[in-house]
Design a protein around this ligand. Structure first.
Ligand code: MN
Length: 217
């Protein structure tokens, strides 16, 4: 379990995402899970399970299945630090994963009839989720890796029973702050502008200069 890839992809002078620090994981009982809705170049949901001091992570492009037996693609991505589970905000333009991140859901999970690490290694993780939005059973199943394909594809399958689909309203509401994607983007946009290398003042000056230069022609 390493945060090397997480670290390599990010410039922590530019992004407010948490540093690559391993966390402590509960030894037994219940573990936490978190879902972040991420409006990057493509909108997706990042599904993360606390395991062995990190958050094992999957990007789910089409959202979660809610009818028993339905399956959705879940691409396994790099491990994230446990601290990432508290992150909501925007990743500034030009950075890895640039866009708005909403803390869409969080809660605890259990692996049905097993423990997280061995279930993950076996490629089948039957989950019991106790989140604010996601409640009930889903199963992650690893697909056979394709030759030369670096990313590992999994399927997230709704198991045991159907569940109610998430309403459009709940889908656009942070489980942490209650904010919409638009509100998160707005609030953080201000912070980012002031902390980026060019202050808004000089940018404005440059803009005015450019407009004047054009007008003179
Ligand atoms: Mn993401």
């Amino acid at each position: 379990m390493s945060l090397q890839e997480y670290k390599a992809k990010r410039d922590f002078k530019q992004t407010a995402e948490p540093p690559a620090r391993r966390g402590r994981t509960t030894k037994n009982g219940t573990w936490s899970f978190v879902v972040q809705k991420h409006a990057a170049s493509h909108l997706h949901y990042d599904f993360r399970l606390e395991m062995d001091g990190v958050l094992k992570s999957w990007a789910v492009p089409k959202g979660f299945p809610y009818l028993k037996g339905d399956r959705r693609l879940a691409m396994q991505v790099e491990d994230h630090p446990v601290d990432y589970g508290g992150f909501e905000g925007t990743i500034p333009a030009g950075n890895y994963g640039a866009g708005t991140v909403m803390l869409w859901d969080f809660g605890s999970y259990d692996v049905v009839g097993g423990d997280p690490s061995s279930a993950l290694a076996a490629g089948k993780v039957p989950l019991e989720l106790q989140g604010k939005k996601m409640k009930g059973r889903w199963t992650l199943v690893r697909m056979k890796p394709k030759d030369g394909e670096p990313k590992v594809a999994w399927l997230m399958i709704k198991s045991e029973t159907d569940t109610k689909p998430i309403s459009a309203r709940a889908d656009d509401k942070s489980a942490k702050s209650g904010r919409t994607m638009k509100q998160i983007a707005g609030a953080n946009g201000k912070i980012w502008k002031s902390s980026r290398k060019s202050s808004s003042g000089s940018t404005l000056k440059e803009k005015i200069r450019a407009i004047l230069a054009k007008a003179e022609k």
